[in-house]
Design a protein around this ligand. Sequence first.
Ligand SMILES: CC(C)(COP(=O)(O)OP(=O)(O)OC[C@H]1O[C@@H](n2cnc3c(N)ncnc32)[C@H](O)[C@@H]1OP(=O)(O)O)[C@@H](O)C(=O)NCCC(=O)NCCS
Length: 147
Amino acid sequence: MQGGARIVRMQEADIDTVATLEGEVSPAPWSSGIFRDCLRAEYECWVVHAEKVFGYVIFSLGPGEAHLLNIAISPARQRRGFGRQLLAKVASIARVQGMQRILLEVRPSNLRARAIYERAGFEFLSLREKYYGPPNKEDALVYTLSL
Ligand SMILES: CC(C)(COP(=O)(O)OP(=O)(O)OC[C@H]1O[C@@H](n2cnc3c(N)ncnc32)[C@H](O)[C@@H]1OP(=O)(O)O)[C@@H](O)C(=O)NCCC(=O)NCCS
């Protein structure tokens, strides 16, 4: 991968860095506790790192479908293909685990994320009204990728 970057499983020791990064990129950031809960619940939690962690993806594997819960790349490293590679990792694990599709929710206003999902072959499935909580109750677009 570019610049010696690698995608590896997230460890508890990564949580502070991941939560700081989350605070930089998300309008409603997850707390460290949420990331810790994801690890303890044995969700699929992966980070991309070179010398330091600069991105992450979290997803769950349910009956027949993977659910993408969070994905981010540090602003300084965006638009270099790392987000696409994290999505490819999700798809490859989901396929090996026998999933038929990946589902995710995205804010209609998040044009960057929608662009990367559409580029990766995701298609709009449905609208979930007022899915995102206060202060700005926003609908979610549900996207799906058949595997
Ligand atoms: C969404 C996110 C993970 C994408 O990561 P990234 O590493 O920048 O994405 P990539 O470089 O792999 O981009 C892949 C494709 O997505 C599209 N894309 C990425 N950034 C874009 C931008 N700023 N504007 C338009 N299209 C964009 C492009 O089609 C791009 O392909 P190209 O570079 O060949 O044109 C990153 O922007 C991010 O962390 N955003 C904040 C957190 C977030 O919104 N997460 C999603 C919540 S649902």
